[in-house]
Write a protein that binds this ligand. Structure first.
Ligand code: ADP
Length: 367
């Protein structure tokens, strides 16, 4: 029988030490501590940096007083490659001043060679690695929160513009005594405001709970109709046609799916120079577990080399003066699709139009 439980790969430690005896001693202490560690030793900082560039390490240990270079400069060089790599400084003699300077310069720890013990070294490496992993996680979370707050601003503009426009229309209805129209426009406003509110709740959940959403059976026809309402003004202003048939249900979160489709349709209208922009939304069945929703447009298209990169946050193909945007729309779509365990990809022909395909899971049939 095959043993499916594998040991994790050993943690690579880079040791930069130009004194042969010290190098041997520290390497011996680390490897005798645990087979978990492999140590690559270097006499010169430049060699260690080149090696780190090719294959990063869990922890770097640097002699403070190297013959050819200063340990603090080398520490800063490692941090340029990876700001989160933990660096431990080793020194011949300790001093309070040096210890403070090392920590202020970004060292995870500062160890005096003559006091070094295997247990002390193990604790220092373990603490340095754990702390740097935590710092990295916090930094990633902070960046994601920032990105999603920017998305909130980006994606709330369309419904707010619509509400503003509908307020004007409602006032005219009232002045003209068209009370049925007034009621209809107020209802529409209330629907759009409600969904915008849901979107805020959803994004708030996203940033706070790291993606814990409720998933249920959602009709894609409802998602398309809501998108059409949210983008009512843009569709009207651009004289666009939005074509769609009856669409199936998927397992998903409605506010997130509306946000995703709104981004795709809005892009199809914005990156479009046709007299009549046409956006078609279709679905096809690929297997028993999923469907593919496709948004096709007759817009400006996307060069082949860029069809993958446009999903990266802030990736834009045009100057802001040519086409306005923040470069977050497709990154958000990608994130939403990931949360649904789906995929998103694009096919396009420059000058002829683009198709955005989204694979989404379908509700499981009850047996
Ligand atoms: P934004 O539109 O705010 O710039 P997105 O992430 O939505 O950001 O899109 C990234 C880039 O992909 C856009 O700047 C644009 O160059 C390109 N793009 C997206 N959708 C389309 C489309 N339907 N047709 C042509 N280009 C598109």
């Amino acid at each position: 029988m095959t043993d499916l439980i594998c040991d994790p790969p050993p943690d690579r430690i880079i040791l930069v030490e130009d004194n042969e005896d010290d190098r041997f001693m520290v390497e011996y202490m680390i490897t005798s501590v645990s087979p978990r560690y492999t140590v690559d030793t270097f006499e010169l900082g430049t060699q260690a940096l080149d090696s780190f560039d090719v294959n990063s390490a869990s922890c770097v240990i640097v002699d403070y007083r190297l013959e050819t270079e200063d340990g603090l400069t080398l520490l800063a060089d490692f941090k340029k490659y990876d700001p989160f790599v933990p660096v431990i400084l080793l020194t011949g003699q300790g001093s309070e001043e040096l210890a403070t300077l090392s920590i202020k310069s970004g060292a995870s720890d500062y160890l005096v060679k003559e006091n070094l013990t295997e247990i002390g070294l193990r604790a220092a490496i373990h603490n340095a690695v754990t702390q740097s992993q935590l710092e990295k996680k916090i930094a990633i979370q902070a960046r994601e929160q920032k990105v999603f707050l920017e998305v909130l601003v980006h994606d709330l503009k369309a419904p707010l513009l619509n509400i503003q426009r509908l307020s004007g229309v409602a006032l005219e209805d009232e002045a003209d005594g068209k009370f049925d129209d007034l009621r209809m426009h107020l209802n529409l406003q209330s629907n759009i405001a409600g969904r915008a509110n849901e979107l805020i709740d959803t994004l708030e959940k996203y940033t706070c709970l790291d993606g814990e959403f409720e998933f249920e059976s959602v009709s894609l026809s409802y998602i398309v109709q809501s998108t059409q309402e949210n983008l009512g003004k843009v569709i009207l202003d651009s004289h666009a046609q939005l074509i769609f048939d009856d669409l199936p249900s998927v397992t998903g979160n409605a506010p997130l799916l509306i946000q995703m489709l709104q981004n795709l349709v809005h892009n199809s209208l914005r990156y479009n120079e046709s007299d009549i922009p046409v956006v078609e939304i279709t679905s096809s069945t690929t297997d028993a577990d999923s469907i593919v929703l496709t948004v096709s447009d007759n817009g400006i298209g996307i060069p082949e080399d860029d069809v993958k990169r446009i999903f990266n946050p802030f990736k834009r193909l045009w100057a802001y003066s040519q086409y306005k945007g923040s470069g977050l729309g497709l990154a958000t779509c990608s994130k939403i699709v990931q949360l649904h365990d789906g995929n998103i990809w694009c096919t396009s022909q420059e000058g002829k139009g683009s198709q955005f395909h989204v694979r989404l899971p379908v509700p499981k049939l009850a047996h």
